[in-house]
Design a protein around this ligand. Sequence first.
Ligand SMILES: [Mg+2]
Length: 169
Amino acid sequence: MLKLFYPTYYFSHAWEITPEFLRAQGIRAVLSDLDDTLTCHDSQELAPEYAAWLARLQAEGIALCILSNNAEARIRPFCERNGLQYTPKAKKPLRAAALATAERLGAKPEETLLLGDQIFTDILCGKNAGMRTAAVPPIGRKATKFIAFKRWVEKPVWRAYFRQRKEEV
Ligand SMILES: [Mg+2]
């Protein structure tokens, strides 16, 4: 039952997802969450390893767009400074914005990866849209009360997920 919420892939950092890996999986486009996935919640800073990773994906022909539930005022300065496309107010886990964004990038849902740190927002959105999903642990410690609540609800899913991974090794 909890398996319904498992991500397809799990990485310790977004920048570990290489273009080679994506190509081998038949993935042509990445829709990435911003807050706590690429930078801390509400931060405008982009650490060098993340900046290098975003540049490398795009240089190697992987289409990329930030897909965020946050407001345009938060997303736009960050994305403009870093040359990134963006979809604000995405209403994840609903799938409409994810599907429209993938289409804009010229990728089918099955060729698209949805990357994020929250199961009931990002991962569920990718699943609802028929995309593959990659989860990363949240970068920052600062969280709103609502996010802290969602992380608390996520706990049993993560516990079951990591228990199963340990058994598979
Ligand atoms: Mg997030």
